[in-house]
Design a protein around this ligand. Sequence first.
Ligand code: GDP
Ligand code: IMO
Ligand code: MG
Length: 418
Amino acid sequence: MGADVLLGLQWGDEGKGKIVDVLTPDYDIIARFQGGPNAGHTLEFEGIKHVLHTIPSGIFRNNVVNIIGNGVVIDPIILKKEIEELEKLNVDVVQKLFISKKAHLILPTHKLLDKASEKAKGKRKIGSTLKGIGPTYMDKTGRNGLRIGDISSQNFKTRFERLREKHFQLLDEIDNDYNNLEVDFLSSIEFLKRFQHIDSEHYLNNAIKEGKKVLAEGAQGTLLDIDFGTYPFVTSSNTISAGTCTGMGIAPNKLERIIGIFKAYCTRVGSGPFPTELSDDVGTKMRDIGHEYGATTGRERRCGWLDLPALKYSIMINGVTELCMMKADVLDSFDEIQVCTHYQVGEEKFNYFPFEISEKTKPVYRNFQGWNTDITKLKDKDNLPLALLNYIQFLEEELEVPIKIISVGPNRSETIVR
Ligand code: GDP
Ligand code: IMO
Ligand code: MG
């Protein structure tokens, strides 16, 4: 027995929350291993639409433990709000949520530093969610950070103030409402003391030894990975399967299924290269039908066709063993569907994901006939329209990995297993 991983293969927002929620009944433990409240994972079922930022997407199911792993960065203010929202829905968070003592804390000043960094970059800004992710991971690797396990220590306040002062020295200006933010932060820290803080690496490894089933839930996507994404337009953590090992303390030989999830097209929110981006009516149609607006920031998501060189790269980096294709229904009314099979720069045509992607990197497309059918009510794999089956077959041949789930709507029930 080991752990399975579910992660995004594009630039995030592939639908990870939905599929983790769908798969949770097969697992005993769901764990987040990286990222923080920059994530927004949407779950829809039984009339509820809920967005989770820090808490794993198994939280609504019974008899499942949800763990925020050591690789995650936690904003106590946001986590408190998240918990309160769930408690309103009668979810017993105290029982179901465990937090790693080694998870790092996002301080109010980390958020100010994030904002200052983006401002200083001007036009070259990353398009960060401004949740303080980058500065918190910088303090982690810089060995200055504060962790969940520190909040019960006698000198927590002193250490907090020391780090805050260090940040103040880096900032040109401090927001007027900073004091309120700090009061909120400290009271949220008190609130979090009610929850179970654990040595999650021991907990998880013992659970695996006992034969329990663990699913690791990725945040962001492979193309936002700090090492392999479209640097510098990435997030500050390892979003890939290897991130599970460092972000949960699970050894590589304990990983089993690596479930990669992608949209039938592509989206990106924030700045950075996006070779198949559509700045025309087709892109706008995708955004409108797919409701492509950020679950965390509400920003418009940039939309474009599926990019196979990028997808193959993500499959390689993660060692993906099976795929889920999301939001196929968004393409229901498209007469023609395009897939990028290669890139072209000048006369040179190639099919690998290159070091540098510039405006000169042009996608080369293959066209497919659209299925022009409403697939949202379909329940059975045998009823999928032929044109969609052709599209799926082509992708499986190109990607050399089976597509096991086709998602045809945001609801838990709108899921076809093949
Ligand atoms: P995540 O960050 O990967 O969990 O994805 P988000 O929740 O940020 O964005 C995915 C969006 O697509 C959410 O609004 C989901 O409710 C929605 N969604 C998920 N799967 C499907 C699908 O198959 N079809 C449609 N139309 N929407 C979907
Ligand atoms: P989920 O888990 C989509 C993007 C931001 C920005 C870049 C860096 O919902 O898929 P950061 O706040 O990390 O400094 O932002 O990464 N980004 C995401 N895009 N989905 C996410 O999470 C994202 N988390 C960060 O838009 O371009
Ligand atoms: Mg999201």
